[in-house]
Write a protein that binds this ligand. Structure first.
Ligand code: HEC
Length: 130
């Protein structure tokens, strides 16, 4: 009887761990063409006007490295909440998204058919170090 309870508990623990990992599973990375060419062009305009004065591309490369394996949505949220440092949250959602597309493109990641969209699957796109 006691043995039965123990193994049941073991099964519960194992399934919890398995589900835990499934919850974190990310099906795509920034290497899979997750933003479009049009977003990159739009993002460059925003970047030049809003981001260039304080950071260079080297800075973003290091940032992407330090965010390795994190969902892209978290970086989007972080940038939206804190940048531009002199006026956080002042851009439109779309502009933050385009800027990220531009930064990814400048760091060598490919464009694709699907638009990057914070409301649609960006939490399951993993950042990989450039
Ligand atoms: C007025 C100066 C200024 C402007 C403009 C600015 N930033 Fe920043 N940014 C900072 C400072 C200061 C930090 C924090 C210190 C650091 O990491 O160098 C920072 C940090 C960051 C980080 C690191 C966040 C992290 O959690 O690793 C990113 C990414 C970033 N900025 C992106 C942007 C983007 C994108 C824009 C344009 C929309 C922008 N910044 C505009 C000053 C600025």
């Amino acid at each position: 009887m006691i043995r039965g309870i123990k193994s049941l508990r073991y099964i519960v623990v194992v399934t919890t761990i398995a589900f835990g990992f499934t919850g974190l599973a990310q099906d795509k990375t920034v290497n899979d063409g997750v933003f479009t060419e049009a977003q990159v062009s739009a993002g460059q305009v925003v970047y030049d006007a809003q981001c260039k004065t304080c950071h260079n591309m080297r800075f973003y490369r290091d940032t992407l490295r330090s965010w390795n394996n994190q969902p892209l949505l978290y970086l989007w949220e972080s940038i939206m909440g804190t940048m531009p440092a002199d006026n956080p949250g002042s851009l439109m959602f779309e502009e933050y998204t385009d800027v990220i597309a531009y930064i990814l493109s400048e760091n060598g990641f490919p464009t694709g058919e699907s638009e990057l969209d914070p409301d649609n699957g960006m939490d399951s796109i993993a950042i990989v170090a450039p």
